[in-house]
Design a protein around this ligand. Structure first.
Ligand code: NAP
Length: 243
């Protein structure tokens, strides 16, 4: 029986590393992306190199109709299968001080991280409950735990997903579905390219940024059968930054 996993924002960064990790665990990986098809193809190639297979599924998680259409088309083609693992990873930053934050900067970040979580999760959770097994991992952030200046939008969106993680975990626990959040600190990716690592590493006890692979390794554990008794948790992976 093929095990299917969907990773939103699987074309780059943490999402790509998660796709590769899940492939190495034997999943057939559905690699979602929004606009970067070339990078999504690279992820698919890496998934195949990891010894499994996958497919690319394009949709903008913030677009409810587009998301539903893509997932429903996939489900119609796979009537005897279901997506047992979902990693809600798609996210963006649009930092600004509240004083200057434009409505679009607020809305875009909330729409992708928080509403995107709803748009995808509510479509997949039913089958997980029916089959009595499922794993949902939400990639949140240190910012959603402690709040970061210049990121009221991002902090709010991630804090919202953290609360939803805790609530949903309690709704579905009896049916063998776990829901957890992984909260990275500073991880090397396109998202953090513009940050000064040399300066910021001074506040990180481990003295460096983390890697997408380190985050993916934690996700790999949380989706395993061995992690069945961990649910509703927010697990930090931040090199020792106090939260
Ligand atoms: P990244 O390198 O910028 O990659 C972002 C990914 O999200 C890309 O695959 C992108 O797809 C996808 N995406 C963006 N908007 C989307 C949308 N509307 N619909 C579908 N996919 C969309 O970012 P990253 O650093 O890997 O971050 C991944 C997650 O980790 C995010 O949720 C982020 O908030 C979180 N995080 C990152 C860090 C960090 O330090 N890097 C720290 C804490 C939390 P395209 O390639 O098509 O654009």
């Amino acid at each position: 029986m093929i095990k299917y996993a969907l990773v939103t924002g699987g074309s780059r960064g943490i999402g790509r590393a998660v796709c590769i990790r899940l492939a190495s665990l034997g999943y057939h990986v559905l690699i979602n992306y929004n606009s970067n098809s070339i990078e999504a193809e690279r992820t698919l190639e890496a998934v195949r190199n990891a010894g499994s297979d996958g497919e690319i599924i394009q949709f903008d998680v913030a677009n409810r109709a587009q998301t539903a259409n893509a997932i429903n088309v996939w489900a119609e083609k796979h009537p005897d299968s279901y997506i047992e693992t979902l990693v809600n990873n798609a996210g963006i930053r649009k930092d600004n001080l509240m004083l200057w934050m434009e409505p679009e900067e607020w809305d875009n970040v909330i729409d992708i991280s928080l509403n995107g979580f709803y748009n995808v999760t509510h479509l997949l959770v039913k089958n997980m409950l029916v089959k009595r097994f499922g794993r949902i991992v939400n990639i949140v952030s240190l910012s959603g735990i402690k709040g970061m200046p210049g990121q009221t939008n991002y902090s709010a969106s991630k804090a919202g997903v953290i609360a939803a993680t805790k609530a949903l975990a309690q709704e579905v626990a009896k049916k063998g579905v776990t829901v957890n959040a992984v909260a990275p600190g500073f991880i090397k990716s396109d998202m953090t390219q513009d940050l000064d690592e040399n300066e910021l590493k001074k506040i990180i006890p481990c003295g460096r940024f983390g890697t997408p692979e380190e985050v993916a390794s934690l996700v790999g554990f949380l989706v395993s059968k061995e992690a069945a008794y961990i649910t509703g948790e927010v697990i930090s992976i931040n090199g020792g930054v106090y939260t």
